[in-house]
Ligand binder design. Structure first.
Ligand code: AQP
Length: 347
């Protein structure tokens, strides 16, 4: 039996402006994978059903969905070579998501640290959807039998749960003769150097689009001046930069800013430190600001241009959804059939 065909799936939530963290941790990798012929299909989804696990304003959500699609395209995703669409247009996600809430075990989902972080102290008031978020994420990936998932470090635990769900489904319902399993066990593709870009205000916290402080992040839509201001005001310490990476172990803010520079310049951290070691942030920050403006501001400009024609974005999303649904439909039919659910599934 031939193994499952290599296929990429990933997504981002339309929960605000995408950040430099989303870009360096995941989006840049989506674009790079376009050049990798190992994969016959690459699906990049705007995961709008995930966004409603917390309260959203409907008009703001409509705009945010288009904005994430615009960010994908402005960063270099070509909607002809990749399948770009939003989740709610393909019903297979919600359908398989329900089935996986019946496959996943409470104990598995309860261990997810992201729920604990996002629900905060008021856990009783969190939506059931926020709790079961990872089962929908498993459906996003497995509806396409995707084998590889480019993500940042924070999604690693959810991907392990996806693998557990796939393995349990394979065990409970799979054909024992079929060695490859009903579903593949998808692999995360995590870039170690940019796996976790941290907040500009606190080097211990992840840079996040829903952080209440806008100064904590660079948004892809920030203007040149705003980018420069945010880097100028980024938290640092009074010491000069060390000449070796070990010198930053206990300096999270320095580590973060040097890591961002290295990623944007496509250089190793060692090379950055060879250039800036011994110098203070007074010299390093302007260089980082210039580099960030050079790499990020054109993406924001292109996003603004694309957002002037929302109908064109909608047409791209509709076309992508049609192609995605065509891939998911036979998988869903097989799932329903395997479970004994006769005639189900619209996908
Ligand atoms: N700071 C980060 N560093 C590296 N990667 C990151 N990602 C997010 N933040 C960083 C990666 O971006 C992808 C899309 O993330 P998401 O939209 O699904 O939501 P998230 O992971 O919860 O990211 P945010 O920005 O913190 O969103 P909110 O604030 O809405 O929760 C994922 O691959 C993620 O790993």
């Amino acid at each position: 039996m031939t193994p499952h065909a290599p296929r990429v799936f990933s997504g981002m939530q339309p929960t605000g402006n995408l950040t430099l963290g989303n870009y360096l941790g995941a989006l840049r990798n989506f674009v790079a994978l376009q050049e990798d012929d190992t994969f016959a299909e690459r699906l990049y989804c705007v995961v709008d059903l995930h966004a409603i696990t917390v309260a959203q304003d409907p008009d703001a959500l409509r705009t945010a969905i288009r904005e994430v699609a615009a960010a994908y395209i402005a960063s270099g995703l070509d909607p002809k070579r990749s399948i770009v669409f939003n989740q709610s247009r393909v019903s297979a996600h919600a359908e398989l998501g329900w089935i996986f809430t019946c496959v996943a075990r409470m104990g598995w989902v309860k261990r997810m640290t992201q729920f604990k972080e996002k629900a905060g102290k008021d856990r009783e008031e969190a939506s059931v959807g926020l709790f079961s978020y990872p089962t929908l994420m498993a459906a996003d990936i497995l509806a396409y039998r995707a084998t590889h998932v480019p993500v940042g470090e924070d999604q690693k635990q959810h991907l392990e749960l996806t693998r557990d769900i796939a393995a349990k489904f394979n065990h409970d319902y799979g054909n024992p003769e079929d060695e490859r399993g009903f579903f593949p066990l998808p692999e995360p593709l995590i870039q170690p150097e940019t796996a976790r870009i941290m907040s500009l205000r606190n080097g211990e916290n992840k840079m996040s689009k829903s952080d209440p402080s806008d100064m904590s992040r660079i948004n892809l839509t920030d203007t040149k001046n705003v980018i420069a201001q945010k880097i100028k005001k980024a938290k640092t310490d009074p010491e000069p930069l060390p000449s070796e990476a070990e010198g930053m172990i206990a300096r999270p803010e320095a580590r973060n800013l040097v890591g961002i520079y290295a990623a944007l310049a496509d250089m190793s951290v060692d090379r950055v430190l060879a250039e800036y070691g011994g110098q203070g942030f007074g010299a390093f920050k302007p260089a980082l600001a210039d580099l960030t403006v050079e790499k990020i501001a054109p993406i924001g400009d292109e996003m603004r241009r694309l957002m002037e024609t929302p109908d064109e974005i909608d047409a791209i999303l509709a076309d992508g959804a049609g192609r995605a649904a065509a891939l998911a439909r036979p998988v869903l039919r097989e799932v329903y059939d395997t479970l004994g659910l006769t005639g189900g599934g619209t996908a």
